[in-house]
Design a protein around this ligand. Structure first.
Ligand code: ATP
Ligand code: LTN
Length: 326
């Protein structure tokens, strides 16, 4: 099976990115042909700083590797280094109905968040994402819940293209984690944990023990004292239970029993200890990799070459089907 996924180099990775997406990627790389991409072109649809973008890209690569991606087992590369992404984006623009883009939840949310910066890129974002996926004849796209709609649009575009020009693209499917697909902010448990949201509500994958402690201990909980999983009535504690369960591999039901009479304080303390322990290897690996910049850059260069070979072969077919010259 061919697997493709991407992440924007817009800031430090958090445990939502890990539990919702990267954890699956690490498992998938053992059995499948995996292609993972740092989608720097997607980072340009929201405000960015040209001075720090390259540093962010490299840090995202280090973060991926630190979290467990193995360059021997998967292709890791930077989107803008494979020009076919932009090229296919333009071609697919002419297949994708604009109405579909205007109803995308992420577009609506980000246009509210960045009122003064509603550009074409923000609207066209899902078509570039479709190009990313379709270039590699992808079967499965492991992403968090928030990206499901975009993968469905990719299927629609693939179907339309195949219907109009003949079988060209594999129709991909989203792969959503059963649990952890939507980790919420520790400060606003009704909003998803996000790199660009409230930093206090976001636990970084490489946070230092002291920061983890501060953030967990000040996480918003709900009225009452019982530690019970009920996302509607107790969104704060339910989110913490999900995080605990996923990192400890103990089912939520058992955690409810274990902490039945212990109160929020003891539960948060145990969660702090668990997170410090589980995130330690990531912190260590990242620190080592930060000292080996050339090594990381070389992985990305090799990755771009391998990715480009696959992308070029798809583009050749696409152009021919559309009646464009070679
Ligand atoms: P931004 O704040 O810049 O939009 P983000 O934190 O939402 O960033 P992305 O880079 O857009 O992160 O997402 C990378 C991957 O992580 C995607 O597959 C996305 O679905 C997943 N993801 C992001 N946030 C969460 C979350 N809170 N819970 C589970 N998965 C998530
Ligand atoms: N839109 C995604 C990032 C992304 C992606 C992709 C994910 C860009 N291209 C292709 C999967 C496949 C997001 O997480 N914000």
């Amino acid at each position: 099976m061919r697997v493709f996924s991407g992440i924007r180099p817009t800031g430090d990775l958090h445990i939502g990115n890990y539990l919702g997406a990267i954890k699956q990627w690490i498992e998938l790389q053992n059995e499948n042909e995996c292609v993972f991409c740092i989608v720097d072109l997607h980072a340009l649809v929201t405000p960015w700083d040209p001075k720090t973008l390259q540093k962010n890209i490299l840090e995202t690569a280090v973060a991926y590797l630190g979290a467990g991606l193995d360059p021997e087992k998967c292709i890791l590369f930077i989107q803008s280094q494979v020009k076919e992404h932009s090229e296919l984006n333009w071609l697919l623009n002419n297949i994708c109905p604009m109405g579909e883009l205007l109803r995308m939840t992420q577009y609506k949310e980000k246009s509210k968040q960045y009122k003064n910066n509603i550009n074409m890129g923000l609207l066209d974002y899902p078509v570039l994402m479709s190009a990313d996926i379709l270039l590699y004849q992808t079967n499965a796209v492991p992403v968090g819940e928030d990206q499901k709609q975009h993968v469905e649009l990719t299927r629609t575009i693939a179907k339309k293209f195949n219907g109009k020009f003949g079988q060209t693209f594999v129709e991909p499917k989203a792969m959503i984690a059963k649990s952890g697909a939507r980790i919420m902010s520790l400060q606003e448990p009704k909003k998803k944990m996000s790199k660009t949201g409230n930093p206090k509500g976001c636990i970084g994958l490489f946070d230092e023990p002291n920061d983890i402690k501060k953030k967990v201990m000040s996480a918003v909980t709900d009225t009452g004292k019982t530690i019970k999983y009920s996302p509607k009535t107790k969104p704060g504690i339910s989110n913490l239970l999900t995080i605990y369960s996923l990192f400890s591999e103990i089912p939520i039901k058992e955690l409810e029993k274990e902490f039945a009479n212990k109160g929020y304080g003891a539960f948060k303390k145990a969660l702090t200890e668990l997170l410090i322990l589980k995130l330690e290897p990531f912190r260590k690996k990242r620190k080592e990799l930060l000292k080996r910049e050339v090594y990381t850059a070389e992985i990305l260069n090799q990755g771009a070459k391998k990715a480009q070979a696959i992308a070029a072969s798809t583009m050749q077919k696409v152009k021919k089907k559309m009646g464009l010259p070679d």
